[in-house]
Design a protein around this ligand. Sequence first.
Ligand code: KIV
Ligand code: ZN
Length: 521
Amino acid sequence: MTNNENVRRITIFDTTLRDGEQAPGCSMNPQEKLEVAKRLEKLGVDIMEAGFPASSPGDLESVKTIAGVIRNCTVAGLCRSREKDIDAGREALARAVSPRLHIFLATSPIHMEYKLKMTADQVVEQAAAAVKYAKKFCSDVEFSAEDASRSDPDFVCRVFGAAIAAGATTVNIPDTVGYAMPNEFGGLVRYIKEHTPGGEKVKFSVHVHNDLGLAVANSLAAIQNGADQIECTINGIGERAGNASLEEIVMALRVRKDYLHIDTRLDTTQIYGTSRLVSQVTGVKVQPNKAIVGDNAFAHEAGIHQHGVLANRATYEIMTPESVGISKNQMVLGKHSGRHAFEDRLKDLGLSVDAQTLETVFAEFKNLADKKKVVSDRDIEALVMGASASVPETWKLDHWAVNTGSALGASGTIRLQHRDGTFQKLVSMGDGPIDSIFKAINQIIGKEPELELYELGAITGGSASQGETMVKISYQGRHWNGRGVSTDVVESSIKAYISAINAMEWELTPLASGQEGAAQK
Ligand code: KIV
Ligand code: ZN
């Protein structure tokens, strides 16, 4: 057994809201980002990278909002090595209790020659100048050598030395393109740590992508070779094949503390809820066999395994579902369940809602329980998500009807209520019920967003299951997600489409990105 005094604690730097969110199909609206940020704080990450403030006014605003709300962890903003980016970063982080400016510049020959068109000396100079400028506004400055794993290690040491002399407090070694092998990457981290001038004064971080499926293995190798900080994302979302998955790293450390003697400060029972939230708001499903948080991660199908688990769970389980926040509460909730039991289940699921949302969700739960005999944890999660992470509703569904059949085309009728209180009704023909209704909605709102993705699934098994629809729409080069849940699949589709439309309308409203949105919270 491990004596706690011998356990080294490493820092978890979560970049779900920056590297995760910038991946195609993973975008979140400002309210969703704030929900995720609060959940990451509850999970206990040490640092959350809330965005890339100079990348867009929307990103700056949402980093600003998050920085104003999060109190128990450091909030970081990513900046290129330019004064303009650093100015946006410091503006965004002005209200943070513990701000960090994260500056990056590429150091590999291919990036310096083709992307930056800079010489090695210019890169050293620009890195140092950027850190020096950032340091004027923030004591906590991280410098990342982008594409470090394909850079000359001695050159990385030189750039880091200059960054440290200029005031960097953390230096980060990214495997930007997921190219490294675990032993090789571990060796690189050790080498850079031992040969960087001033390295003893700073923290060493790694940031690994998953192009060869090695992001977690490389991160663990880095930790074993002295890395103090790991950059990772929930569900491993991120550019291309994603980033190192937070839940896999954290649970590998927790489960094998006996071997590694390393741990984090995270409350692992918050992992599952955070994973579900990120999946719900991005619309990116978690693969069933995904370690730690996949639907099958704790399922035992083979008879011999089931027999073993019934006799003693440790026969086939190296960690308990409860340790990652998967509730094994078997008490069934249905139409006779009262508010008390419902609130208890919310607590078990790690879902916290304000009093007003609780009223809405409890009423929806009762409605659902009238239609379904048993309301599952997934159903409850879906109700909470639907009620709490949405933007103000420009359009509300009043009622709908469809007429369809194999010989006829389909027609859809929809009546929507605008936030000004007026109602609008329209009938449209289409290629199937969903198409006809979506066309009618487009005519009412006077815009024709492109439907980039439409995905229909069931929350639980069985014909009484609720249908869950995810849509992604784009309009004028911008993208929004929507999600809808109902026991009727046409209605879940309509709700998903309207929620994406509302996200779009909200962001396209001049006030949305400013005060009104922030003041809501
Ligand atoms: O992958 C990468 O190199 C990055 C840096 C900005 C840290 O995301
Ligand atoms: Zn990255």
